[in-house]
Ligand binder design. Sequence first.
Ligand SMILES: *[C@@H]1O[C@H](CO)[C@@H](O)[C@H](O)[C@H]1NC(C)=O
Ligand SMILES: *[C@@H]1O[C@H](CO)[C@@H](O)[C@H](O)[C@H]1NC(C)=O
Ligand SMILES: *[C@@H]1O[C@H](CO)[C@@H](O)[C@H](O)[C@H]1NC(C)=O
Ligand SMILES: *[C@@H]1O[C@H](CO)[C@@H](O)[C@H](O)[C@H]1NC(C)=O
Length: 426
Amino acid sequence: MRFLTSLLLSAAAASAQNQLRGFNYGAQFLNDAPKRQVDFEYEFNAAKQLPGTNGQFTSARLYTMVQWQTTNTVIEAIQAAINTKTTLLLGLWASAGAATFDNEIVALKAAIQQFGSAFTDLVVGISVGSEDLYRISPTGIENKSGPGANPNELVRYIQLTRDAIRNTGLAGKPIGHVDTWTAYVNASNNAVIEALDFVGVDAYPYFQTTMENGIENGNKTFYDAFDATVAAARGKPVWVTETGWPVSGPQQNKAVASADNARIYWEDVSCSLMSKGINLYYYTLQDAQWGTPSPSFGVKPAGDLMQVQPLFDLSCPANAPTLFDFNVSIEAVSKTCNLVFYLPVDGHEWRAPYRILEPRVIIVSQLNNPSTYASNFRNTGMLAINGVPCQAGENVGYQLDSLRGLDWEFFQTTAPALGLFMTISG
Ligand SMILES: *[C@@H]1O[C@H](CO)[C@@H](O)[C@H](O)[C@H]1NC(C)=O
Ligand SMILES: *[C@@H]1O[C@H](CO)[C@@H](O)[C@H](O)[C@H]1NC(C)=O
Ligand SMILES: *[C@@H]1O[C@H](CO)[C@@H](O)[C@H](O)[C@H]1NC(C)=O
Ligand SMILES: *[C@@H]1O[C@H](CO)[C@@H](O)[C@H](O)[C@H]1NC(C)=O
């Protein structure tokens, strides 16, 4: 059990090294003013300096190659990325018809020409389109999400992109497409998947209103969508190109928008994606500049990005297990031993600090022995774990891990009971 765990951890650590972590960056502010080079630089630098993230958010996903409110001028984010050494997941906007797509290609070629390897070396991928298939699906239409593109158009745009980068500094860079998981599980879109090097998926449990989409199911809802995409992706790598939980906005079915819930989502989804070495572009760093979005997904609120603090903690929990030893009485021979974990009941703050988040799972493993129990706390302040035959007269060790890095610091006490106890029955 222990051995297996450490093997898995080192495999994850190895793959995490080349992993991409970043945010999504729109071309304009909420008041429709274009972002200029200075704005992009400010955002890219702020992302790298986010407290709690160890400077790991060094990649930027763009939606377009074209500077906002121009026909086909290169977006100023490119120079900003060069100046700040930010890697780029480029985006070519594909939902506004063939002529607009041609302008994306013009800007892409111009950027290669103008900046050379200073630009191309930073490019980690190119996404042809963003949620275009979602927009033409029944849900997209119902949600008035605007015009999209059909699979044939996208396949053609992907080919145009491959042609445009042939024999340039971008040759060999992976070409993908970004869409909702619902688009990928729809077999009518298979030709798009077929044409790609990687599959970018956007998934927001908050919007999955036909499901039990409360934050307590957020992680499962996200991974169900992710796993469904992987299953549809024909072995191509799946990148998480957008996900997030809103810090404010209306309740959607069971999903409540709040900074506390965004923190839980970050801890569960973002931290687990990062520990698994899956590419992640979180939505988003800041979406409330010069306007009031509803819902708002920004990690930071409106204001000077370098001055305002994140709305929730962005650190990922360290895996720090707690070990317990029991010297099992010789009189327990052929009896059943039970583990019981007592937590202080609410109102006994003096035993803090600890914090428990739904779904309150701790994992108990017996050391040098494969038995593992996962159990849910309820509000009784007590957790009971299945009985096992007592190892009478032996010293038995247990390791406690919390699924979501339960923070605790306490002295075990007997009156009142606090901590892990073994009871003997039968
Ligand atoms: C499946 O994909 C096709 C082609 O993109 C689209 O026309 C259709 O509406 C989609 N169906 C659903 C249920 O999303
Ligand atoms: C789109 O509409 C569906 C069905 O009404 C709803 O469940 C979902 O939350 C909407 N999605 C978005 C992104 O607004
Ligand atoms: C979230 O789900 C993933 C995939 O099943 C899992 O690896 C991870 O431990 C889960 N995290 C939490 C906090 O439940
Ligand atoms: C376990 O408890 C017994 C009985 O009190 C004692 O004799 C023994 O030394 C203890 N063993 C260890 C390893 O502490």
